[in-house]
Structures are given as structure tokens and as C-alpha cells.
Design a protein around this ligand. Structure first.
Ligand SMILES: [Zn+2]
Length: 291
């Protein structure tokens, strides 16, 4: 049985990462599949109720002082989605500054569960972003993710699928956690029916030329692939100009995965030629002449 000391969480402050860590530190060190329902129970969530919700993805019913609570989740979702929603509501529950947006508690819509960047001066979006940050940290423990990425080598879509399986989270949640932690330039593009939904790039990746609502480039692997649903394509070199604002010096690789209901996930990785000082680019060997 999972036992969690709530005092340890109270002492962690208000940083979502530290709050999640205060819980993870009380689980066995090698935990990969985090027992989120047991954690909820251990910190006085007396019920996780599954209902057909309309317009809502999850809710946290709590008194003002948050001494105990109940979580409501949308019935008929995959277990991975339910786990994420529970973790998100737990984020609101343990965060010392989160206050309910309705008299009966926190009511979270589908869009709230995808906020990764809060709108400036918007308290609601800030709380949702923090609950999502907490959920990602809790369900995909930093230590387990770091060692998985270290051991798995070059970026590959199959690693995202493996991460999703290991932690029982959605592929999208796994991708959002994976991309910023890859040491090479990488981006993932989520699309539906050939239209870009959104993209996540890591700090090394050049600027994309596509944004939300655009068609995926017509000659890209994403547009042309005939691979079956669930089958990851090989990683092939493509014209960098198709995806990037500036393709100079960039070699781009694309790999894609068709999912159910015409959803698609595409991984782009780049090799960027280093532009050095012009004097340094001419090694002394270049002056060897033969006569
Ligand atoms: Zn929320």
C-alpha cells in the first residue's frame, strides 16, 4: 500500500516540479509506472468517480482548505488519459496557491489539460499550466526519463511510443516530455487530417515554417506516407526548406506515425552545420600543394 506523508508535500513550496518530487521521493526509487490512483487515496482523495462528462475532462471537488477531496474523470477514455487527468487534478489539490474556479471546486476542460505555456496575467491559465507540469513530472519521473533517453541513443519516434507504454501516458504527453530532453535539434508535429494541430520544438531546433492550422508540406513524408496506422516509418532525409523558415546549412530528417482517426505524429531531427569564423574554417592542411 502506498503511504504518503502530506507534511512532506506541504514543505515542498509551490513549484510543481518540487511538489511532484516530494511525492516521488516517498515511492520506491526505481518506480517507472507511477501508481497515481493509490497516491490519490494516500493523500485523502476519498473517491475517483468516472462519469460521462460533457464539456469537462476532469474536476476536483474540495472544501476551501483542501483537507480531503474527490476527483471526477471522464468515463470511456483510455486508462492513460484517465491517469493524466487524475494527476492534473492532484496538481490543483496539492498546490498551495490554487483556488477553485467554481463553488464546487476545480472544473477542467480538455483544453486546460494541454496548457504548457500560461497566458500572461491570466491566473486560470497559470494554474492549468502548473497542474500540467505537475502531472508530467509525477507520471514520468525525471530520473527514469533521463536514464531512458541516455540509454536509447538517437532521437526516434519509437522511443516516444516506448516512453508512453512504460509510464502509461498518452503518446502526446510522452512526446512533450521527450522533445525538450533530447540533446540534438528535434521537433514533433501533431496533425489531424493533414492539418497541423501544434508543434513542440526543443531549444536547438531551427524555426519551423508551419504553424497551427497550416497543411503539412505536400511533399513531406507526413503527407505522402502510406504506412499503416501504428507503424512508425523509417527516418529519411527530406528537403529542409519544406519545414523550416531558413534551411541554410541544415540537413533535416523526418519520421512519421499515422494514428487512429487521422491523427498523426511526426518527428523532425536536424543536423546543423556549424558556421565558424572564416579563418578557423580553413585548416592548415588545405594549403598542401602538390607540384
Ligand atoms: Zn485544471
Amino acid at each position: 500500500m502506498v503511504q504518503i506523508d502530506r507534511m512532506e508535500i506541504d514543505d515542498a513550496g509551490s513549484d510543481p516540479k518540487r511538489l511532484a518530487k516530494a511525492i516521488l521521493d516517498q515511492l520506491p526509487e526505481d518506480t517507472v509506472l507511477v501508481p497515481v490512483r493509490e497516491i490519490a487515496k494516500a493523500i485523502d482523495i476519498y473517491e475517483i468517480r468516472e462519469e460521462q462528462l460533457s464539456g469537462l475532462e476532469g474536476a476536483l471537488i474540495v472544501p476551501k482548505e483542501k483537507s480531503e477531496g474527490a476527483i471526477l474523470i471522464n468515463k470511456g477514455r483510455h486508462e492513460s488519459r484517465k491517469r493524466y487527468t487524475i494527476a492534473h487534478e492532484l496538481g490543483h489539490y496539492v498546490h498551495p496557491f490554487h483556488r477553485a474556479n467554481s463553488p464546487d471546486g476545480f472544473r477542467c476542460k480538455k483544453n486546460d489539460l494541454t496548457v504548457t505555456k500560461a497566458k500572461p496575467n491570466d491566473l486560470h491559465s497559470r494554474m492549468e499550466q502548473q497542474a500540467n507540469e505537475f502531472a508530467a513530472e509525477l507520471l514520468m519521473p525525471a530520473r527514469a526519463v533521463a536514464s531512458f533517453i541516455r540509454d536509447s541513443g538517437d532521437a526516434d519516434l519509437s522511443h516516444i511510443l516506448e516512453m508512453a507504454r512504460r509510464h502509461d501516458v498518452s503518446r502526446e504527453a510522452a512526446a512533450r516530455r521527450y522533445i525538450p530532453r533530447i540533446g540534438d535539434p528535434a521537433a514533433v508535429i501533431f496533425s489531424k487530417g493533414g492539418v497541423v494541430r501544434y508543434a513542440r520544438c526543443n531549444e536547438f531546433f531551427p524555426k519551423l515554417s508551419v504553424c497551427r492550422g497550416d497543411l503539412v508540406p505536400q511533399h513531406s513524408v507526413s503527407a505522402l506516407s502510406t504506412a499503416d496506422v501504428g507503424e512508425v516509418t523509417g527516418c529519411v532525409e527530406v528537403g529542409a526548406h519544406m519545414w523550416l523558415q531558413s534551411s541554410a546549412g541544415v540537413t533535416l530528417f523526418e519520421q512519421t506515425l499515422a494514428q487512429q482517426n487521422s491523427f498523426r505524429m511526426t518527428l523532425l531531427t536536424a543536423v546543423i552545420e556549424e558556421i565558424e569564423d572564416e579563418w578557423e574554417t580553413v585548416p592548415s592542411q588545405s594549403f598542401e600543394f602538390t607540384s
